[in-house]
Ligand binder design. Sequence first.
Ligand SMILES: Nc1nc2c(c(=O)[nH]1)N[C@H]1C(S)=C(S)[C@@H](COP(=O)(O)OP(=O)(O)OC[C@H]3O[C@@H](n4cnc5c(=O)[nH]c(N)nc54)[C@H](O)[C@@H]3O)O[C@H]1N2
Ligand SMILES: Nc1nc2c(c(=O)[nH]1)N[C@H]1C(S)=C(S)[C@@H](COP(=O)(O)OP(=O)(O)OC[C@H]3O[C@@H](n4cnc5c(=O)[nH]c(N)nc54)[C@H](O)[C@@H]3O)O[C@H]1N2
Ligand SMILES: [Mo]
Length: 597
Amino acid sequence: MTAKHTADTIVSSVRNGWMPYFPQFKQSTLELGKEAVASGAKDDESITKYVFEKLKSKKLEYSVAEPEAEENHPRVWYIWRGNAITGSMKGHEYAFEHYLGTHSNLIGKDSEEHTKDLKWYDIAPKGKMDLVVDLNFRMDSSALYSDIVLPAASWYEKADMNSTDLHSFIHPLSAAIAPVWEAKTDWDIFKEVARVTSELAKKHLAEPQIDIVAGALSHDSPDEITQPSVKDWYKGECDPVLGKTMHKLAVVRRDYTKIYEKFITLGENVKTKGCGAHGTNYMCAEEYDELITSNHFPVEKIDGKSLPSLKEDVSALNVILHLSTLTNGALATRAYENVEKRTGLELKDLAEGSGDIRIRYADLQAQPRRYNTSPIWSGLMNNGRAYAAYTYNVDRLVPWRTLTGRQHFYLDHDMYLAYGEHLPTYKPSPRPEAYGDLKETLKGGSAKVLNCLTPHGKWHIHSTYMDNHRMLTLSRGCEPCWLSEKDAADLGIKDNDWVEVYNDHGVYCTRACVSSRIPKGVCIVYHVPERTVGIPKSQVRGNKRAGGHNSFTRIHLKPNFLCGGYGQFSYHFNYWGPIAPQRDTHVTVKRMDKVVF
Ligand SMILES: Nc1nc2c(c(=O)[nH]1)N[C@H]1C(S)=C(S)[C@@H](COP(=O)(O)OP(=O)(O)OC[C@H]3O[C@@H](n4cnc5c(=O)[nH]c(N)nc54)[C@H](O)[C@@H]3O)O[C@H]1N2
Ligand SMILES: Nc1nc2c(c(=O)[nH]1)N[C@H]1C(S)=C(S)[C@@H](COP(=O)(O)OP(=O)(O)OC[C@H]3O[C@@H](n4cnc5c(=O)[nH]c(N)nc54)[C@H](O)[C@@H]3O)O[C@H]1N2
Ligand SMILES: [Mo]
C-alpha cells in the first residue's frame, strides 16, 4: 500500500469514492448521457446502470488515470476571491509550464519513479488551460496571468457578508458608493455570465441535457461505514458496488438555457429536501413559503410560478439569513429537535430564547449581532459565552463526529496503519537529498542548503494589504528572505543585500534580512509577494524575470489524507481531503551582484 507513487493513490482514491475529481471521465458526461438514452435507458436508474456497467467493464475510463490526455485537460478556470497564481499556487512554476503554458523558471527533471495506475507520459503537455478568467478589484499576480480580468466592486461598493465557524458574528459589507467605472459587484458579474450563457445555450445547447456526476462517499452519512478495509474493485479485490466499494453516481438533468432563471431564484429542492450540514438537518418548507408570501422578500415569476428572488445581492443575503439556523431561531430549535432524536439527549434548551430571532441584512448593518447557538457549529454561546470549539461535545456529551463518537488517539484505518500514522510518533525529517529539490542546481558542485519556510505574512493577509505604500515601507519594499547571522556570514551576505533564493523548481529575488531570530539552517520568505512589486531579473536563470515565494516550492501530498469511506476519514468539501504541504523545501541563497528590473 505504501510502495505506491502518491499520484497512483490519487487514482484509487477517485475510483474508490474517497475523493471527487474533475473532469470525471475520458468521455464527455453529456455525450455519456446521450449514449445511455440511445441504448434504451429511460429513467435515472437505468441510465446509472448503463454508466456503471461501462465503468465496470473498463470501457469508460477515469480522467484521473490519464491527466495528460487532451480530453482530460481542465480548460476553463475562474479565479474569484483568491490569488491562485502565486498566492496559493505551490509548485507555481510547474503550473506555469503545464497549465498556463507561459514562461517558467523550472529546471527540474521528471522523477525517475514513474506512476503505474496513472498513465505515464515521457513528455508532459504544456499549456493545458484554454481560458483563465479573474474577478478582482486589484491587479494581483493572478490577474496579470489571466486572459480576462473582470473588474469587481470593492468591499465598500457592494452588499456582501463574511462569516466563519471560529467567531460568532456575521460581518456585513455595505455599499458606501456605487462601483467605480466599469466595475460590477461579484453577484452582478456572475449573474451577467449566467445570462449570456443562457442566451448562447439557445443556439449551442438548446435541448435539455442528461449529465452524470460521480460523488464521493460523504461525511456525516451512512457512507462512513462503507469501507471497513481498503480494497480496490478496479483490481478485482472486491465487487464494484456503487456507493459502497466505489463512488456514487447521480443523474442530473440540465437545461443550459435556464441557467439565468436558476441564478436569480431559489429552487424548490430546498423546500422538499430541507437544509443542513455537519451532521445536522432540518426541514424549512414553511420558511421557504414565507419567502414567497411575506412581503419582506421579493419574488420572481418563472413560467407562472412565484419563486424567492435572488436577483439582487441583498435579496440573496436575506434568503440565506432566513434559512439558516444561525439567524432564524425557529430553525435552530428544529435542528436541535432532530439532534435530540438522533442522540437521545436533551438539547433543545440550547435554543431557548432564540426562537423568535430573525436577523436580516439591515439588522447586521445597524449593529454587530451575535448569531444563535446552533448545532451546525460545535461552540456553545448561550448567555454571552465566548465561542470555543467542541464545548457542545464536552459539556453536553453529544458524540463527536467520528466512527466511535469519541475523540480518537489511535487510528485503526488500514492506510494509517500501513503508513505508521495510527499513533502520533516521532519521525525524523528525511535528508534534503531525499526531497530532490536541488538535483540539477547542485550538479557538479555543492552549496549551502537551507530549509526555506514560507509562513503567513505578519502584517498582511496573504497578498492583500502587502502591496500598499505603508506596508512596503515597513518591510523594505518587498517580502525579504530572513537569514540567520551564521548562515548569512557563511554565504557572504550582508543585511539588505539583494539575493536569489533558488532550487530546481524556481527562483525568487529579494533583499536579505539578517536576523538573530532565525535559527541556523533555515530561511524564511513570508507568504505572499506580488509580481507587481519589485521582482527583478534572475542571474541564475539567465536574466529571466524571477517569480514569487511559491516559485521554489512544490507539493508533497500526504497519501493517507486521500482515504475515505471510513468514519471521520470521509470526504466533505473543504473539510476532509489532502492539503498541499510545501514543508521542507530546500534552497540555496546567493548574493546578486547586479540587480536589473
Ligand atoms: N508557500 C506557501 N503558499 C501558501 C501558503 C503558505 O503558507 N505558504 N498558505 C496557503 C493558504 S493557508 C492560503 S489560505 C492561500 C491564500 O491564498 P489566496 O486565497 O490565493 O490569497 P489572497 O491573497 O488572500 O487572495 C485573495 C484575492 O481576492 C481578492 N478579493 C478580496 N475580496 C474580494 C471580493 O470581494 N471580490 C473579488 N472578486 N475579489 C476579492 C483580493 O484582492 C486578492 O487578490 O495560500 C496558500 N499558499
Ligand atoms: N497576519 C496574518 N494572519 C493570518 C493570515 C495571514 O495571511 N496573515 N492567514 C490566515 C490563514 S488563511 C491561515 S491558514 C492561518 C495560518 O496560520 P498558521 O497555521 O499559524 O501558519 P503559518 O504562519 O504558515 O505557519 C505556522 C508556523 O509553522 C512553522 N513551520 C514551518 N514548517 C514547519 C514544520 O515542518 N514543522 C513545524 N512544526 N512547524 C513548521 C512556521 O515557521 C510558522 O512559524 O493564518 C490566518 N491568519
Ligand atoms: Mo489558509
